[in-house]
Ligand binder design. Structure first.
Ligand SMILES: NC(=O)C1=CN([C@@H]2O[C@H](COP(=O)(O)OP(=O)(O)OC[C@H]3O[C@@H](n4cnc5c(N)ncnc54)[C@H](OP(=O)(O)O)[C@@H]3O)[C@@H](O)[C@H]2O)C=CC1
Ligand SMILES: CC(=O)[C@H](N)C(=O)O
Length: 262
């Protein structure tokens, strides 16, 4: 059995935003890192920073995970190098804001592949390797958007509902193994997410509710290592998730539509 010391954490979407913050927190805890994203320059810069700053190995693999065989390619890289991976952070993802029937279908399908298929494929392909560690972890990044339908973010929110449901079931199935599974559901975070999603018009509102990536990353890892099933950083976000459990769906959807009105 491999102990945690000297093991690797594989982080998808590690080049910027929340993934970069989680990778940095893991480096501070002494984990070696496998950094995956598209931007090779950003990955190289982060790798250098973390290796120099924390004395850990930070290797990187630039790849577009939205391509059909990308998860298998990443898994083959891990297998070829026999990296002892004890943590998988399924973080890479993006949103698309707009009416379902007006957003390009291809973009929405691409988003589903990254937000859903890659989470499923990497979890499946890495479980055998994670099982070799006497303590192993999978953190899947969902969103507060997972807890209710969100008109104008219809497909994005649905992908995050999938991640939440899949994470809870996988956690149960793996309960007698060495692998703990947690689902992180942040609310708005001050990253490049909103711009890529086309949510710039809401940036003023977001500023009121935005959390910083570093704070979310700290809360995420605290919950992950405590084997917390669902991690919802921020009191306001926790209240919104709690409210979604008790308020009528039609009311919640009307509220959500009002927030993100097209
Ligand atoms: N920011 C927010 O308000 C919230 C975000 N989330 C979730 O947090 C996660 C991280 O998002 P966040 O950090 O905010 O957003 P960012 O856009 O800042 O970062 C996204 C990360 O994913 C990577 N990525 C995006 N597309 C691909 C791709 N096709 N292949 C490989 N890597 C890719 C990006 O790297 P690169 O561009 O180099 O490929 C980047 O590292 C997402 O799953 C998002 O849904 C959840 C709730 C709130
Ligand atoms: C759409 C949002 O509010 C946020 N980015 C989230 O994913 O929760």
């Amino acid at each position: 059995m491999t102990t945690l010391q000297g093991t690797f954490a594989l982080v998808t979407g590690a080049s910027k935003g929340l993934g970069k913050a989680i990778a940095t927190e893991l480096a501070k805890k002494g984990y070696h890192l496998l950094l995956v994203a598209r931007s090779e320059n950003e990955l190289a810069k982060l790798s250098e920073e973390l290796q120099t700053g924390y004395g850990i190995k930070a290797l990187y693999f630039p790849i577009d995970l939205s391509q059909q065989t990308s998860a298998k390619t990443v898994s083959e890289w891990v297998e070829k190098n026999d990296f002892p991976v004890s943590i998988l952070i399924n973080n890479a993802g993006y949103g698309l804001w707009g009416r379902f029937d007006e957003l390009p279908l291809e973009d929405q399908i691409n988003m589903c592949h990254l937000n859903i298929d890659v989470v499923v494929e990497l979890s499946y392909l890495l479980i055998p390797r994670l099982s070799r560690s006497d303590k192993a972890y999978i953190l899947n990044v969902s969103s507060t958007a997972a807890y209710q339908a969100v008109p104008t973010l219809a497909v994005y929110a649905a992908t995050k509902s999938f991640v939440l449901s899949f994470s809870r079931a996988l956690r149960f199935e793996l309960k007698n193994t060495t692998i703990a599974v947690s689902c992180l559901s942040p609310g708005p975070i001050d990253t490049g997410f909103a711009h890529r999603a086309g949510l710039d018009a809401f940036s003023k509102m977001a500023e009121k509710f935005n959390m910083q990536s570093e704070e979310v990353a700290k809360i995420a890892l605290k919950g992950l290592f405590a084997h917390q099933p669902e991690i919802v950083p921020g009191f306001t976000n926790w209240i919104s998730v709690f409210a979604n459990r008790i308020l009528p769906k039609a009311f919640i959807e009307k509220m959500a539509a009002g927030i993100y009105k097209t």
